[in-house]
Design a binder for this molecule. Sequence first.
Ligand code: NAD
Length: 295
Amino acid sequence: MKIAFIGLGNMGGGMAANLVKAGHGVRAFDLSEQALAAAREHGCETFTSASEACEGVDAVVSMLPNGTVVKSVYTSDVIGKAPGGAVFLDCSTIDVATAREVAEAAEAAGYAMVDAPVSGGIAAAEAGTLTFMVGGTDDAFKRAEPVLQGMGKAVIHAGQSGNGQAAKICNNMLLGIHMIGTCEAFAMAKKLGLDPQTFYDISSVSSGQCWSMTSYCPLPGVGPKSPADNGYQGGFATALMLKDLKLALAAADTAGVDTQMGRRALKLYDNFNSETTGQSDFSSIIQMLLPAGQD
Ligand code: NAD
């Protein structure tokens, strides 16, 4: 297929490279010249505008910072510029309402569109092992699926337009909450004189077990290798966790759900983010409980 790829940052760069590896012709665009140069090295053809990249394509994939940018790129440079009947896949994490609004505008103009946000960070984007949660009609999903399979290990249809984003923010709200809970449990175990590895050996096979503990332990040297073992570099930035919690809490307010734990997680990540650069992995929030040197 001929695919336009818009937004070649930390995530999009690896995803576009994997579409090339999967045998697609990729027409790439980003505002950053550095990102375009890297995309050329991975076999993409690059263009000076999104609308030019969309010429003659079967599909458009985007991986952009937020809903405002997604809406502006689709309404100004994609809808009406890509050939009629093309399928659009927005993989960015954005709010449900904007995802539905952009998909409606695309459908009204004769395109199919899915929201397809991802689980998995930069390493999964590079390895082609992302999980995609997809919102859209059955027909749009069927057409988007082969494109997504070139970039991920799992592609799951979550239902109507916007439901991919709904799944993503519910998942990440839960992740933020259980990461903080895991940090509190390890900090307390340590302060009570329990060796963290011993606590891990017990809790990882007991009812406190969760992904933040057994796949992504926030303490270095405990459990499988995680960003904690790499000075909290790489992984999923604190600022991105904060972004997702804000999206989740805004959606909870709209839906009238009193997500008190989610609200508390947002407050804690907001405090932590403002006291740091926000660029360390989100598991580094353990440093609020165990300052560096005490872990
Ligand atoms: P990033 O900032 O590295 O990349 C975004 C890219 O979009 C940049 O290269 C930027 O130049 C480009 N861009 C911005 N405005 C543009 C425009 N108008 N036209 C073309 N290009 C434009 O961000 P990222 O980490 O790659 O994240 C992208 C999306 O993926 C976000 O929505 C984020 O929430 C989501 N996400 C990120 C991660 C992660 O671990 N980084 C994980 C899951 C989801």
